[in-house]
Design a protein around this ligand. Structure first.
Ligand SMILES: [Zn+2]
Ligand SMILES: [Zn+2]
Length: 818
């Protein structure tokens, strides 16, 4: 009898597949198959593949293989996001060149991907640190530059003292560097930005078209863009006549303004403080705030602040209210000054109570006893009717907001306005391992684009890349000295490099035109393959990468380079692989590596463990699913049973009659697995295949045949366990060509129909799940399905099972160890 032995099977087929060029997407225009672009988020080459890669790529590969079997012309490319801080820091630590470190890791990851049986089209491979690639990153930067979408400005920026570089706001998590966890500082530097804010409304509007994205990702994108409707209102400083514009989402509360607050960086602050006699107390506050990381200030103490000694005139009623300067008002958001309405805003209320400023109620909620500004203990930010509000007495929210805004415009005191939380994308980095910014600075001509014919601006190898505050490229003795492309005079190259998120914002387009040297990609190639049919990757990219790529796509569309505005209408996020409830990390010493497991048990086993562990989007806790490291994994044992069953069925031949029940189950399994794969329910599909295997065994043990089932099991198995499926298909069933270029089996609806009953799944006698099962389901079948129940599994968690009680087909009860 044929034994299942991954170490014999897998290297063999890996070689054959490579020789046969099995996974090449066809660019032949005469190829009439529908196209399917299966895209996985490309990895950073930091070390070998980790568990997160194994999980994500197992899912993405299953989708690609399934679609190919269904008859699609599938493009499933791979590449590396190979510039960036990760590689640079790792190289510095090991005292080798980032290039050497990066490319060695790419080689290792590539070998591991092949070992895992990923169906990549290697002819399309992209590495963002290759000059052939970043030439076009630079070219695209220049397209942005010429349209005014890339510009420089001096701005307060987040500075990571450890990485010695600026970080985008998006790269600062709770005040700390996303990469290294160091508390971020604030510096004022001249930096390059992409004007993503010009696209804020379109980025927001088009979210509505992304109906096949996870809802939580859409919510995160909406919140990040952060659109607010309201009004701009102009206040006047009584003592100087300066006009100060503010933005408010609640113009209906204008009559409740009792003070006015400036951000510390507001350009009027010093002048007003000197005039008001408060500079001595204001100056230390400014210094203190300037030393605080930008992102920390979003949680600033709302009680802190100093009176400026001047007054602002409220344009709706002419009242003069005191002006303050306070850290809770941010220069980066809105206009750097606010009207304060303590009766109806929590932060203003906290400030007012600690600075003895009156609180005035101008919105009265329905059905509540009248609020009193002197005695209320918290602000009322909700809806209601306007009171003490001049001409608007009795007007109700939300209609009142638009009415007041319209009135402000008529009176010339303001106008309706929209603001966004989204800031421009800070893209320059003072680091070495990135694409140089293709700009020359000339004292006479200013910022001059490097001519297209001189791209790429090559990153020199001989650079002292130790971080040191200024860009490493600036320390190179000659690299930055260049003749101005416009006037020919002495000029300097820009010595910053681009954020790696720029590189990863267009790699998906490059896959469509590998090796093309007439542009970043050919329009006809992109039109043929894109938008992406299915994008798979981690939810950690829910905001930045996805938003930036959406932005790039819209700009490419506006330039006329592509014909669509959204790059990936369908997105699937895998869960994280964690250990004992916590993320895997070196410091916790709980890292499990996939490749040693592949060597020990085989790639098919690792893929199946990942896909069978639960719904793809849920986290996998390795501690719960791994079991005894020396015991053969359950999925490996199942592959062994599948091998034995197919082998025996073939030996017995097609002449021995197959039981009707197995024939029916085979059709039901084809139907069920097809439906599950359409919805990326990998775990339930695998459990159906296990049930089929068990029924084949029963039929064979009873002296019957099982050839019908044996003929399709390898095909149904192929997306999940490509090596084992191939071995069964070619070696056991004797097919000439690969199972992966065969046609997905079809099923007979009538045979697939079934009488079902409800199987109740209990844990310790309590109902945890109900599953529809065939009325003739065996004990084993019921048990398999019950074991696959997510809610039962969650309840059992770490307790372990002491006993399984089965009353087929109606009940399975798991008794836990406790
Ligand atoms: Zn850092
Ligand atoms: Zn010049």
């Amino acid at each position: 009898m044929r034994r299942y032995d991954a170490s014999q099977i897998e290297p063999k087929w890996q070689r054959v597949w490579e020789e046969e060029g099995l996974y090449r997407a066809s660019d032949d225009p005469a190829d009439e198959r529908p196209r399917f672009y299966a895209l996985d988020m490309f990895p950073y080459p930091s070390g070998d593949l980790h568990m997160g890669h194994a999980e994500a790529f197992s899912g993405g590969d299953t989708v690609a293989r399934f679609r190919a079997l269904q008859g699609y012309n599938v493009m499933h490319p791979v590449g590396w996001d190979s510039f960036g801080l990760n590689a640079e820091n790792a190289a510095i630590k090991r005292q080798i060149h980032p290039k050497e470190w990066t490319y060695a890791n790419i080689d290792q990851q590539a070998a591991s991907f092949k070992r895992m049986g990923m169906s990549f089209d290697w002819s399309r491979m992209v590495r963002t640190s290759d000059p052939e690639y970043y030439r076009w990153t630079q070219w695209l930067f220049l397209r942005f530059f010429e349209r005014g979408l890339a510009y420089r400005k001096k701005a307060p920026v987040n500075w990571c003292p450890k990485d010695q570089t600026v970080l985008a706001n998006e790269q600062v998590i709770q005040g700390a560097c996303e990469r290294c966890g160091t508390l971020v500082e604030r510096r004022d530097l001249t930096q390059w930005f992409f004007k993503i804010t010009d696209y804020a409304q379109r980025l927001l509007d088009d979210i509505d078209t992304l109906v096949e994205w996870p809802e939580r990702v859409l919510t995160m994108q909406r919140n990040w863009i952060g659109r607010s409707e309201g009004a701009h209102v102009t206040f006047t400083i009584d003592e100087t006549g300066d006009e100060v514009r503010i933005f408010t989402t609640r113009p209906d509360t204008l009559w409740g303004v009792t003070f006015f607050v400036f951000a510390v960086e507001h350009p009027l602050v010093q002048k007003l403080a000197e005039l008001g006699g408060s500079w001595e107390t204001v100056q230390p506050l400014i210094e203190e705030v300037r030393a605080t990381p930008l992102t920390y200030r979003e949680q600033a103490d709302t009680k802190e602040g100093v009176a400026l000694g001047v007054h602002a005139v409220n344009p709706v009623n002419g009242e003069k209210v005191p002006c303050f300067v306070a850290p809770y008002v941010l220069m980066e958001y809105g206009t750097g000054a606010i009207m304060a309405v303590p009766g109806h805003d929590e932060r203003d209320f906290a400030f007012a109570r600690s600075h003895d400023v009156p609180v005035r109620v101008v919105i009265q909620p329905d059905g509540v006893e009248t609020l009193d500004g002197d005695t209320m203990s918290e602000a009322y930010p909700g809806e209601g009717s306007m009171v003490s509000s001049g001409p608007f007495e009795g007007e109700r929210t939300p209609g009142s907001i638009a009415k007041v805004a319209a009135w402000l415009a008529d009176e010339g005191r303001g106008e309706a306005a929209v603001t966004f939380r989204l800031r421009d994308w800070l893209l320059s980095r003072q680091r070495y391992w990135g694409a140089p910014i293709p700009i020359v600075h000339c004292d006479r001509c200013g910022e001059v684009a490097v001519p297209e014919t001189e791209l790429p601006v090559l990153l020199p190898d001989d650079v002292d890349f130790q971080p040191g505050g200024e860009s490493p490229l600036a320390r190179h003795p000659s690299w930055s000295q260049v003749a101005c492309p416009k006037c020919g005079g002495d000029a300097r190259r820009d010595t910053d490099t681009m954020d790696t998120f720029v590189d990863s914002s267009w790699y998906l387009f490059r896959y469509c035109s590998p090796g093309y040297d007439g542009g970043p990609f050919r329009r006809e190639d992109v039109d043929r393959w894109m938008p992406v049919s299915q994008y798979t990757g981690g939810v950690e990219h829910a905001i930045l990468h996805l938003l930036y790529t959406r932005f790039f796509t819209k700009v490419l569309h506006d330039i006329g380079l592509v014909g669509f505005t959204e790059p990936f209408p369908r997105l699937m996020n895998q869960g994280q692989v964690i250990y004992g409830g916590a993320s895997m990390s070196k410091t916790k010493g709980n890292i499990v590596e996939p490749m040693p497991l592949v060597e020990r048990w085989g790639a098919d086993t690792v893929r199946l463990i990942m896909l069978f562990a639960g719904p793809f989007e849920d986290d996998i806790d390795w501690k719960l699913i791994a079991g005894d490291p020396d015991k053969r994994p359950g999925v490996t044992a199942w592959l062994g049973r599948a091998f034995a069953a197919v082998d025996e069925a073939v030996a017995r031949g097609a002449d021995v009659a197959e039981p009707e029940s197995l024939r029916r189950l085979t059709h039901r399994t084809i139907k069920g697995v097809t439906e599950d794969l359409e919805r990326y329910r990998f775990n339930t599909a695998i459990s159906k295949l296990q049930v089929l295997t068990n029924e084949m065994r029963s039929a064979l043990d009873a002296g019957g045949g099982a050839m019908g089932a044996a003929g399709v099991l390898p095909q149904l198995l192929a997306p999940f366990a490509p090596f084992a499926a191939e071995e069964l298909w070619r070696e056991v069933l004797g097919n000439r060509s690969s199972v992966h270029v065969s046609s997905w089996p079809s099923f007979d609806e009538a045979l697939a129909a079934e009488d079902t009953v409800t199987l109740v799944v209990q844990v310790d006698g309590k109902v945890r799940d109900k599953v529809e099962v065939p009325s003739d389901a065996s004990e084993e079948a019921c048990l398999e399905l019950a074991r696959a129940s997510e809610s039962a599994r969650r309840t059992i968690a770490e307790r372990g099972i002491a006993k399984e009680i089965v009353r087929a087909p109606k009940l399975v009860n798991f008794v836990t160890k406790r």
